[in-house]
Structure formats: C-alpha cells, structure tokens
Design a protein around this ligand. Structure first.
Ligand SMILES: [Zn+2]
Length: 82
C-alpha cells in the first residue's frame, strides 16, 4: 500500500527523507514545536508532502535549549515550517 498518491498524477509518492525537521509556529510566527516527519515526493510532478509526524514533538518552546536546537537545525539542513 502506498503511503500517499499524487492526486494530480495518479502516482504513488516516494519517501525521499525520513526524520525531516518541521517547525510548527504560533500564529504570531514565533517557534512553537519542532517535529520530525517523512518527506514524500511525486516522481512525476515533483510536488512534496510532509506526513507521518511523530506522536510527540522532538522539542517544544518551553524547554531549555529549544531556541538553540531550532537555530542549530536551521544551520545544518532544510527546516520546513508551518
Ligand atoms: Zn504528481
């Protein structure tokens, strides 16, 4: 069973990254929680989707070191946001 299907291309999307860092933000734009998710891509149109988030975030805004973790992650790799 495919994890996801591109509704535009009718193609099974492929996992191109597991554990991709995703930053959830407050409405005012400040960092709220840091998640890990799978990044999937359509092999035809190349559209990407983040899904399969963990049940718990890797870190939350109230925890010590959260801001440093977010900054360090941004410096090391693509950080997705929503
Ligand atoms: Zn597609």
């Amino acid at each position: 069973m495919p994890a996801a299907v591109c509704a535009r291309c009718n193609a099974a999307m492929k996992v191109i990254r597991t554990g991709a860092p995703v930053l959830e933000k407050f409405e005012d734009g400040n960092p709220y929680k840091l998640w890990a998710a799978d990044l999937l891509q359509c092999p035809i149109c190349q559209i990407k989707v983040l899904m399969n988030f963990g049940t718990e975030p890797m870190a939350s805004h109230y925890q010590l070191g959260f801001a440093n973790l977010v900054l360090r992650t941004m410096g090391q790799e693509q950080l997705y946001e929503f």
